[in-house]
Design a protein around this ligand. Sequence first.
Ligand code: R5P
Length: 289
Amino acid sequence: MKVVGGSASLPLARALARELAVPFVDASFEKHAGGFPDGERYVRLLDSVAGEHVVLVQTTHPDPMIVEYFLLADAVRDAGATHLTAIVPYFGYGRQDKRFTEGEAVSAKTLAKHIALDADELLTMTIHNPDILAMFPIRAREVSGIPALGRYLKSVGVDLILAPDDNAVRLAKEAAAIAGTPYDYLDKERLDSYTVRVTPKELKVRGKSVAIVDDVISTGGTISTAAKELKAQGATRVLATCVHGLFVGRAEENLKVCDEVVATDTIASAHTKVSVAPEFARALRELMG
Ligand code: R5P
């Protein structure tokens, strides 16, 4: 087995190769220094993968990383790999998981169909809607990224874990079991892509340290609304934690209400503090029997 990493996921791919104790295959992503003037992607594998089972790790965000995934997968196949496991740590377009309005593309399905072209199976992490897995024409599994956050929260010590909405309750419950804390949740209503409203609820957090756990932080609107509620109810410390940290738009400003922001390495950012390499290594070992 050998591990190949796309440029969106190099630290995680290297960490995974170390966890599995298998070689990491370097690749080059620029034909000329500075890349192509029109922004097109380029990939070249710098070591042989002939006859190998290749694990290709590439988050599909931002959009050029999707093209890079296709180039890498095709190059791996052309170079004679006998088996390809795709690891897509953050599956972009997962939130367009149905046709909300007639005529729309079901973007999650579009991505699934094309990612599957060169792959024998897929592992992805903490997805918005697990039903998306059925859209892949190959074996596809969801791996939880929550244990990485749970371990961190156990090490720093928090009094309560909070899900900012219904969708995150399963995540908060899993993190709480690992961190050894109770958990609670808020009811959230999304007004538009940037604005959310939470239903007032007494949380018993006065003087406490609370971690909010979510799958994704995008604009930070969800987390900051929950964090303001916690602070208003007397929480002394609020940690914002997520598996996938997109941090788009005014996210950094919105998140200033939080005392700490923690994300995993499914998307590399200034807030990446924990690695999900052990989670993917375990899932791969299970997959391979
Ligand atoms: C929504 O259901 C997701 O779980 C996240 O809560 C949401 O994507 C976060 O987005 P934002 O940071 O823009 O509020």
